[in-house]
Design a protein around this ligand. Structure first.
Ligand code: HMG
Ligand code: MG
Length: 291
């Protein structure tokens, strides 16, 4: 039993630092350090952690140790370890290594889809068919990121209706949490409201929606606040504010999980996280960042 996992949570924080954070770090982070990070995050009370990505090591060398990380990561009944997977090959490997959730990813921008996964949006959906079947057969939950929900690094502003219709298509393919993702981190609260409201309307309460804000423009916490007001109760964060996407030039890391936890606890909204323990992991993660 992890000592600090609390039961009560009014909001769910999904820690994506070991994946979204470390995929973009230029400094080499050893497999042992990754496993230590995941354990410390779990011990701070975070119940959902995206541990690694079963993507091509040629595309993202930082995630090349995905198998060892997933197999070696701490397990606990209150903890769900997720793996990012782009295709059937990744899903098979992730399940064999003990992933407890599969995270698929597509984009509301064709150019980003091509740059990030070498396929069109429709081709990415076709790749999800066997992943969804595998997840279903293994009894694993799924989450689906929609990248470029606000802006694309190549195409500029994205129409919220395109995001909403993509979310609806994904939900027709199977049960999954939809993750509205501000990949380049330049969303403002009014634009965050527009896209989340469009997705909420399209899905009409049929599925959970999570918000994934990068924080390049410094407005991520304001975006979290308006998303909460719209009824969103699942938020992604990256400890230390680590990372970004290697195929989204200039994008900063996700909103720092520490900032998210302090924000919600400060409002009396329980996160289930021990702030003191998280603060120590935050310092460790920040020490890994390049100046
Ligand atoms: P491709 O080159 O078109 O793939 O890449 P392919 O099918 O032609 O295969 C080429 C080689 O890759 C083959 O190996 C395959 O076996 C191998 P070779 O014969 O050359 O030795 N391969 C794999 N190896 C390991 N795991 C796999 C896998 N699949 C094929 N799963 C592919 C297509 C999708 C694989 C590639 O583009 C890729 O891996 N992309 C991942 C990019 C990525 O991870 N980006 C960052 C994560 S997304 C993100 O950060 C956004 C998010 O945070 C939300 C947001 O903020 O917006 C989620
Ligand atoms: Mg991201």
């Amino acid at each position: 039993m992890l000592p600090s996992i609390k039961l009560r949570r009014d909001v769910t924080l999904v820690e994506v630092g070991p994946r979204d954070g470390l995929q973009n770090e230029k400094r080499h982070v050893s497999t042992a350090d990754k496993l230590d990070l995941i354990e410390k995050l779990a011990r701070s009370g975070l119940a959902r952690i995206e541990a690694t990505a079963f993507v091509s090591p040629k595309w993202v060398p930082q995630m090349a140790d995905h198998d060892v990380v997933m197999r070696g990561a701490i397990r606990h009944p209150g903890l769900r370890l997720s793996a990012l997977v782009p295709n059937e090959k990744g899903a098979l490997a992730a399940i064999a290594a003990g992933a407890q959730e599969l995270a698929i990813f597509t984009s509301a921008s064709e150019t980003f889809s091509a740059k990030n996964t070498n396929c069109t949006i429709d081709e990415s959906l076709a790749r999800f068919v066997p992943i969804i079947e595998l997840a279903h057969a293994a009894g694993l939950p799924l989450r689906a990121y929609i990248s470029c929900a606000c802006d694309c690094p190549y195409e500029g502003a994205i129409d919220p209706t395109a995001v909403a219709s993509l979310a609806a298509k994904l939900c027709q393919m199977g049960d999954m949490e939809i993750v509205v993702s501000d990949t380049i981190g330049m969303a403002t609260p009014d634009r965050a409201v527009r896209v989340i409201a469009a997705v909420l309307e399209a899905l009409a309460g049929t599925t959970q929606i999570a918000a994934h804000f990068h924080d390049t423009g410094g407005k991520a916490i304001e975006n979290v606040a308006v998303a909460w007001d719209l009824g969103i109760r699942i938020f992604d964060g990256s400890i230390g504010g680590l990372g970004g996407c290697p195929y989204a030039p200039g994008a900063a890391g996700n909103i720092n999980t520490m900032k998210l936890a302090e924000y919600f606890e400060g409002r009396g909204i329980s996160t289930g996280v021990n702030l003191e323990a998280l603060c120590e992991v935050n310092a460790m993660a920040q020490s890994w960042q390049r100046p």
